[in-house]
Design a protein. Structure first.
Ligand code: SAM
Length: 232
């Protein structure tokens, strides 16, 4: 269970209503039961249910069971698409170990608003389900143009461009360290965006094969390629 609370031995953790509902209503845990907790900072702890109520409860941290496993410094930048597909992208990015997920508004992005809180909840659920100790931060929607203007040049960009022909660039030859994967919207990138990205020395245009993939498929494929070449 993910909690936004410091974790250490003996620490009491108050539960929010939804967490109490899940643990005591859905999972049917009662006082004395044990729960695995993590908070993206202190690793994983086993905690005991001290108080169980319908609207809340308290857990007591017993002992640390795992150290924090920080993901690699990989961001996923993607243009939000339909709701269910956007949810899918966030879920898969959290499972595959992205450190930060950034929805971006590009020239051809259809949606101008996202529910950041909903997407963050999806990331938490995905991390909980795959036994992670870290939940990626989901940022609010940002304009690609602005993001590139303020870009930290130390962070390499794996720019997924379906108009390229040939195999994916060997990213391992480029640079280890901070990375961001960039996936375009259903309509792809505009010529202006493509030109700008191709001119950036820290952006590496990559093909994900000869077929045009849907943006959600492309996000998973790109993370797999990155993981295979640079992940640990
Ligand atoms: N512009 C295209 C069109 O309308 O024909 C489709 C864009 S595609 C559905 C969405 C995004 O997925 C692209 O902007 C790109 O980032 C990524 N993508 C899809 N297929 C790809 C491929 N074969 N290689 C690299 N990137 C790909």
């Amino acid at each position: 269970l993910y909690v936004d609370h410091p974790l250490s031995e003996g620490q009491s953790i108050p539960l929010e209503r939804e967490q109490a509902h899940y643990l005591f209503g859905v999972m049917r845990l009662t006082t004395g039961a044990y729960v695995a907790l993590f908070n993206s900072r202190d690793g994983e702890f086993v905690a005991e249910v001290a108080e169980a109520g319908k609207r809340g409860g308290v857990l007591t941290c017993v002992e640390k069971t795992r150290e924090l496993q920080m993901p690699p410094d990989l961001w996923l930048l993607f243009a939000p698409i339909k709701k269910a597909r956007t949810d899918f992208i966030v879920e898969k990015a959290a499972e595959m170990g992205a450190k930060r997920i950034v929805p971006v508004q590009t020239d051809f992005t259809n949606s101008e608003r996202i529910r950041q809180d909903r997407l963050q909840a999806h990331a938490i659920e995905a991390a909980e389900q795959c036994g992670g100790t870290y939940v990626p931060e989901v940022a609010d929607l940002q304009k690609l143009d602005r993001l590139l203007t303020d870009w930290d040049e130390e962070r390499q960009i794996m720019f997924c461009d379906e108009t390229l022909v040939g195999a994916a660039e060997a990213l391992g030859d480029v640079k280890d360290g901070k990375w961001a994967i960039l996936i375009g919207p259903e309509g792809g990138f505009s010529d202006v965006e493509r030109k700008r990205l191709h001119a950036l020395p820290y952006a590496h245009a990559v093909s994900l094969g000869p077929r045009i993939l849907r943006a959600d498929t492309a996000a998973v494929a790109a993370m797999t390629v990155w993981q295979q070449q640079l992940g640990d």
